[in-house]
Design a protein around this ligand. Structure first.
Ligand code: HEC
Length: 204
């Protein structure tokens, strides 16, 4: 056997040893540690509970816990007519994106109620441009999504409250878009539109 070959063998053997040493470190003992599930019994604390009680005066950081309007869309049992979140372009754009994902397949991209699923035979919802729904408050839309409406299932578990408000704001904007006149367009935006620049276009 030549000296070169035995050197090669030695190198291979060393590599194999190194790989073995590395693999030995790959146990699952980090993943499999003793742990307690929520509210499970534990001998560690005097009250034998695995979960310590909350410190007195703890406030939930979930918004709905401190602002029921945000969570229910109602104040003293009546549907709210104002958004409980700030109305910004970003909110309406988020609403448009979420509406196109969660609602358009039935209610249609313009809210006419002729979405693709309806065209394939699903019951047709009333158009958002009917007078009754034009008059409906933003809280009405939030509530319909949160609690469901007739044959439409609720969305509370699928769409977070913040996004339900964004969608409700977008539906109101959608209604305006189908019923607006040129006079409703702010003067500076109208000028941009007349000049044919992209500035005045709704971003998509
Ligand atoms: C699978 C189809 C479908 C999807 C998706 C859907 N809806 Fe509906 N929606 C309906 C139908 C059908 C009705 C009418 C139900 C009835 O009258 O029994 C309805 C009713 C409504 C109503 C009440 C209208 C009225 O007549 O007062 C509102 C508001 C509404 N939907 C909003 C939404 C929003 C917002 C979304 C998206 C988050 C959404 N829907 C997603 C099918 C759908």
């Amino acid at each position: 056997m030549s000296a070169q070959r035995s050197e090669q063998r030695l190198r291979l053997a060393l590599l194999a040893l190194l790989a073995l040493a590395l693999l030995a470190g790959c146990g699952r003992n980090m993943a499999e540690q003793p742990r307690l599930g929520p509210l499970q019994e534990s001998p560690f604390f005097p009250d034998r509970s695995g979960s310590l009680p909350l410190v007195e005066g703890t406030v939930s950081r979930e918004r709905g816990a401190i602002d029921p309007v945000f969570f229910t869309g109602t104040r003293a049992g009546a549907l709210v007519t104002e958004l409980p979140v700030e109305l910004t372009l970003a909110l309406v754009q988020r609403g448009q994106e979420r509406y196109d994902i969660f609602c358009a397949m039935c209610h249609g991209y313009t809210g006419d109620g002729d979405g693709m699923i309806v065209r394939r035979g699903f019951p047709r919802p009333v158009s958002f441009h009917e007078q009754r729904l034009l008059d409906a408050s933003v809280g009405y839309y939030f509530s319909a999504m949160t609690n469901g409406f007739g044959r439409m299932y609720p969305y509370a578990s699928r769409i977070p409250a913040e996004d339900r408000w964004a969608i409700a704001a977008y539906v109101k904007a959608l209604q305006l878009s189908q019923n607006a006149t040129v006079d409703d367009v702010p003067a500076d935006v109208r000028r941009a539109l007349e000049l044919g620049t992209s500035e005045g276009r709704a971003p998509r």
